[in-house]
Design a protein around this ligand. Structure first.
Ligand code: ATP
Ligand code: MG
Length: 242
């Protein structure tokens, strides 16, 4: 569903992404881990065709995102770290607006259901988004992504700013979406949530994918240990510890 082949992005001499090869299947949650500047956002932006690759191809549903941008975009919902909404509109009105943009017309009741499924409290749904907390705006963003009924979900640090319960509910929602066949690629620093909701986790450093782990085979503590070893040591040392 989601595929990167030798995907690379150079900014001058800086290789922000270095020959990434990755496939995310329908129903799979793949988490991108790595220090600040590792290349996670670059990867997501390449899949969205916000930036053009220096080398390689990003495909969504078989469509090359640089060439068949329209078809690829239609299949994707994107949730950035800070969701941009219209502050004077309510949660319901924002969701209605963005759903229409993606070709969906929902009844008010359905719009509310999307918002509640994303964890927004019912009484907040009709209030202007300007008065929402960051977590509440994030939930509207999640509802917008769900209402688009996209086959692919790209998320860049979606749980930063969510309280632990919201983060837990968010993970459950991701699992439900994956169970319905959505392919999910998520950049995150939340190792615990990676273990809870991800199927696979890739550890990135300096634009390179160093290793890919099956989260079902390791504990959260092991994931943290392996992650830290990759961050602190050279590649070969971390490999020896696996
Ligand atoms: N527009 C740009 N111009 C030049 N260099 C850039 C640009 N965008 C990103 N980079 C560089 O690309 C590298 C990867 O950045 P990226 O934003 O992908 O990291 P990240 O893994 O998302 O980090 P974070 O955890 O801080 O979000 C960094 O070295 C960064 O400085
Ligand atoms: Mg980033």
């Amino acid at each position: 569903m989601l595929e990167a082949c030798e995907l690379s992005k150079a900014y001058g001499a800086n290789l922000a992404l270095n020959a990434l090869n990755l496939r995310v299947a329908p129903g799979e949650i793949f988490c991108l881990l790595g220090a600040n500047g590792a290349g996670k956002t670059t990867t997501i932006h390449l899949f969205l065709n916000f930036i053009a690759p220096s080398v390689g191809v990003a495909r969504i549903g078989g469509f090359d995102v640089s060439r068949d941008t329209g078809q690829a975009r239609q299949m994707v919902a994107y949730l950035p770290e800070n969701v941009a909404l219209y502050p004077r509109l309510s949660g319901v009105e924002n969701l209605d607006y963005f759903s229409r943009l993606s070709g969906h017309r929902y009844a008010k009741k359905q719009l509310r259901n999307f918002l509640m499924a994303a964890g927004l409290l019912e009484e907040a749904a009709d209030k202007p988004v300007a008065n929402y907390s960051k977590g509440m705006r994030q939930k509207v963003g999640i509802a917008i992504a769900c209402a688009k009924e996209a086959k692919v979900l790209l998320l860049d640090e979606p749980t930063s700013g969510l309280d632990p319960q919201a983060s837990y509910e968010f993970s459950n929602l991701l699992r439900t979406l994956a169970d319905s066949g959505v392919a999910i690629l998520m950049a995150t620093h939340d190792l615990f949530r990676v273990k809870e909701s991800g199927h696979r986790a890739g550890i990135m450093k300096g634009g390179k994918m160093l290793t890919v782990l099956n989260t079902g085979e390791i504990s959260a503590a092991e994931l943290e240990r392996i992650y830290l070893q990759y961050m602190q040591a050279g590649l070969h040392v971390a490999e020896a510890a696996l």
